[in-house]
Design a protein around this ligand. Structure first.
Ligand code: PMT
Length: 408
């Protein structure tokens, strides 16, 4: 399992003899699936060249705050926002002091001020410097601010001293970094999610649709990505930004959503149908706008025909992905949800009561019951982001169980 799949790490390298270990650290982080971009201070470049770290990370190395070419390619604020973690290894005593006091006098300290992601430091310095009261004050300040302190290790130092101050070995450091992230239980899995409403044309300007905003499906896409999955989001017309690192396929009608889902079914491990798909489309939809006078004062009669059932078709395909449906009900929620498991051949169904306006359609919150053949669990009212995270954990557990039915 690649514990750091889909993770982006900005690695800051400061000046110290341990800087040579950052080459190996990049290899270890990349081997766990992370994408690494390196930032070096001027002092770090006295110990190891940017070219070495560029070759190992496969990305340009950033060295200066005032470099017009680097700024044009990826500005320092953009770089600060790019990362899921800003890791400084090795972190010298001077760097820790500047970080603790909020300096922004080079690229790395500026990134630390601008970053919204967690910050971790792996100190590396002489044991007496590590123990110095000023340094310990700085370290305490950083810990209180929520900076993750990785190390230092104890042992023999480059200067011949023995004591705490060595940078953790790259293998240990990479492992500690992977522990900072939430579970990667869907690492390498391909997840397809349908979201939002569909629109069924009456004529070129009118359509039949529903109140789905896409929020539940988009939250699930972000949560599945955070669990390490490669996510494709097939979305009806919504006003939401695509979650970072999620592939989005835009569709309008149920038939388009059906085509998009079925085209991917053989490359899908887990399929989650959050979309509120129109069960019927207009059989006699018009190619020109319907005019009042066309019907001699009579309202037009819409003839409906059934749309294909996307999630049922996915569940019936051979081989078929682990298939999760949603059930939007206004009464007898669990009863109808259980019927859907049978009728649509689902592995799991997530039932929500859409008669309550503060949850379900278009709300930022939801409360659901996840139901499977021989069990169920309730997720109390929470933000759709939280419900999505909990559902992804649950779906991951059931998916694993199907892969290894005897718990092997
Ligand atoms: O988008 P939001 O505003 O965040 O709201 C979220 C939601 C309420 C839309 C979502 O939580 C939800 O309940 N989605 C399913 C809505 C629905 O259409 O339920 P249903 O009971 O009609 O359909 C059951 C299942 O079959 C669903 O997984 C649906 O995607 C699927 N289906 C239905 C019809 C069809 N032709 N093809 C399908 O795949």
């Amino acid at each position: 399992m690649l514990e750091l799949a889909n993770r982006r790490i900005v690695l800051g390298v400061t000046g110290g003899i341990a800087a040579y270990k950052s080459a190996e650290l990049i290899r270890r982080l990349s081997a766990l699936g992370a994408e690494v971009r390196v930032v070096m201070t001027a002092a770090a470049q006295e110990f190891i060249t940017p070219l070495t770290l560029q070759a190992l990370s496969g990305n340009p190395v950033y060295t200066s705050l005032l470099d017009p070419a680097a700024e044009a390619a990826m500005g320092h604020i953009e770089l600060a926002r790019w990362g899921d973690l800003l890791l400084v290894a090795p972190a010298s005593a001077d760097f820790l002091a500047r970080l603790a006091h909020g300096h922004g006098n080079d690229l790395l300290t500026t990134l630390c001020l601008a970053a919204r992601c967690p910050l971790a430091v792996a100190p590396a310095m002489n044991q007496a410097m590590w123990a110095a009261a000023a340094n310990q004050d700085n370290v305490q300040k950083l810990k209180q601010r929520g900076v993750h302190l990785l190390g230092p290790a104890e042992g023999e130092q480059a200067c011949g001293d023995i004591g705490p101050g060595r940078m953790l070995e790259p293998e240990e450091l990479a492992r500690r970094v992977s522990e900072l992230f939430p579970s990667q239980r869907l690492s390498g899995r391909r997840v397809v999610i349908t979201a939002g409403p569909t629109r069924e044309a009456i004529d070129p300007v009118r359509y039949i649709s529903n109140h789905s905003s896409g929020k539940m499906g988009f939250a699930l896409a972000a949560a599945a990505r955070d669990a390490g999955a490669q996510v494709t989001l097939i979305s009806g017309p919504v006003h939401l930004a695509t979650p970072d690192r999620v592939t989005r396929v835009d569709v309008v009608s149920a038939r388009e959503m059906y085509e998009a889902a079925l085209a991917r079914v053989q490359q899908t491990d887990i399929f989650i149908a959050t979309a509120a798909v129109a069960d019927y489309r207009v059989k006699n939809s018009q190619t020109h706008k319907i005019k009042k006078q066309d019907n001699k004062g009579q309202p037009p009669v819409l003839e409906l025909e059934e749309n294909p059932d996307i999630v049922a078709a996915v569940a019936a395909s051979d081989p078929h992905p682990f298939t999760v449906g949603f059930a939007a009900e206004t009464r007898e929620v669990e009863h109808y949800a259980r019927q859907k498991i049978q009728r649509k051949g689902l592995d799991l169904v997530v039932a929500n009561d859409v008669s309550q306006s503060h949850i379900g359609f278009n709300s930022d919150h939801n409360a659901v019951t996840a139901i499977w053949a021989d069990g169920e669990t309730q997720l109390a009212e929470a933000s759709k982001t939280q419900i999505a995270r909990d559902l992804i954990v649950l779906i991951g557990e059931h998916y694993q169980r199907r892969q290894k039915p005897n718990g092997a």
